[in-house]
Design a protein around this ligand. Structure first.
Ligand code: AMP
Ligand code: MG
Length: 331
């Protein structure tokens, strides 16, 4: 079965075409176009306009690159939520138009669950992981338990990527700031204490962000502040992930989301996994970030398990939570 997936939850619009090969995800094409605000954060309507401008060409290019015909596509899936309303609507509208035109079924999927499933679908040996999902807007620790993907811990305020981007913006870095902070942090020599706030299994970053900005106003070296932000936030994320692994007794940990590109975060989580005798997995970068292939893959899994969705049911849900999804495709 060949599935085309459209991802459009925030700053990127992506189109991916996949095929299932004996339960694994084979990716034919996976194109992404990212909206970069000239200044400030993402403006939802501006991002949606960006997506509307590029989506038609992106679909044609994806089909071409995949070496398939429109007639070969068996299913169209799209990111139904969570995300920014105008962006979700643009992706959903494109998916409906395509599905109706080529007369193929449609499937709306949960974006966070797609991040987990693409790990299971593309990384050899990854079968039942605890996912540390670290992106711009989202930060969640997710694992399968009793028929659903449950959120074992999450941010109470902003996502880790957002925290890094906000700090970066305050010191004049360009979006995305995460990679630049990573480079600066490598030159940091001294740890500056920052709030380490874990409440139960949840995390908060905004106090730390303010404290980090205060260090800058007081003239502390930028490299030291970046180093301290990474050490503190990544330790918090690793701690919550470890507790979720201990609680669920799972033996695998998977990273997902744009911040998973960070080498220091990988190192910390990998060390934790090794100490527990667990396996550590990171998918390749192109499927870690927001992308159409993961949406296509989850669409396929849902359809293949017998789920069907009418056009009427394909309305978006900005607050579509991970644990609202009935996972019918896992035993
Ligand atoms: P996503 O929302 O999953 O597309 O991921 C985008 C986020 O990932 C942005 O907030 C980036 O700043 C962040 N990011 C990308 N690369 C890195 C990196 N190497 N280290 C930290 N954050 C990163
Ligand atoms: Mg994402």
């Amino acid at each position: 079965m060949i599935c085309l997936g459209i991802e459009g939850t925030a700053h990127s619009i992506g189109v991916g075409i996949i095929k299932d090969v004996k339960g694994n995800c084979h990716i034919f094409s996976n194109l992404i176009k990212t909206y970069k605000p000239e200044k400030g954060g993402i403006h939802p309507r501006e991002a949606a306009n960006h997506h509307a401008t590029y989506i038609a060409d992106l679909i044609s290019e994806s089909v071409q690159k995949a070496g398939v015909d429109f007639a070969d596509i068996d299913l169209v899936s799209f990111s139904q939520g969570p995300g920014l309303g105008p962006c979700l609507r643009t992706a959903a509208t494109a998916a409906r138009a395509l599905a109706l035109t080529i007369e193929k079924p449609i499937m709306g999927v949960n974006h966070c669950v797609a991040h987990l499933e693409i790990g299971r679908g593309t990384v050899r040996g990854c079968t039942d992981p605890v996912l540390l999902y670290v992106s711009g807007a989202n930060t969640q620790v997710i694992a399968f338990a009793e028929g659903k993907y449950r959120v074992f811990g999450e941010t109470l305020d902003i996502g880790i990527g957002n925290c890094l981007d906000k700090f970066g913006r305050a010191i004049g870095l360009e979006f995305p700031c995460g990679p630049k902070i990573e480079e600066l942090a490598k030159k940091g020599a001294r740890y500056l204490p920052l709030p380490y706030s874990i409440k139960g299994m949840d995390i908060a970053f905004s106090g730390l962000l303010t404290a980090a900005e205060n260090y800058i106003s007081k003239g502390k070296p930028l490299e030291d502040v970046c180093y301290s932000i990474q050490e503190t936030t990544f330790a918090m994320l690793t701690e919550v992930t470890e507790r979720a692994m201990a609680h669920t007794e799972k033996q695998e940990v998977l990273l997902g989301g744009g911040v998973a590109s960070n080498k220091r975060l990988r190192e910390m989580v990998e060390t934790m996994a090794r100490d527990r005798g667990a396996k550590f997995f990171v998918p390749s970068r192109d499927v870690c970030v927001d992308n159409g292939a993961m949406i296509a893959w989850l669409g396929f899994l849902m359809y293949d398990s017998g789920l069907r969705m009418s056009i009427d049911e394909s309305i978006i849900n900005q607050r579509y939570r991970t644990d609202m999804v009935e996972v019918s495709w896992r035993g």
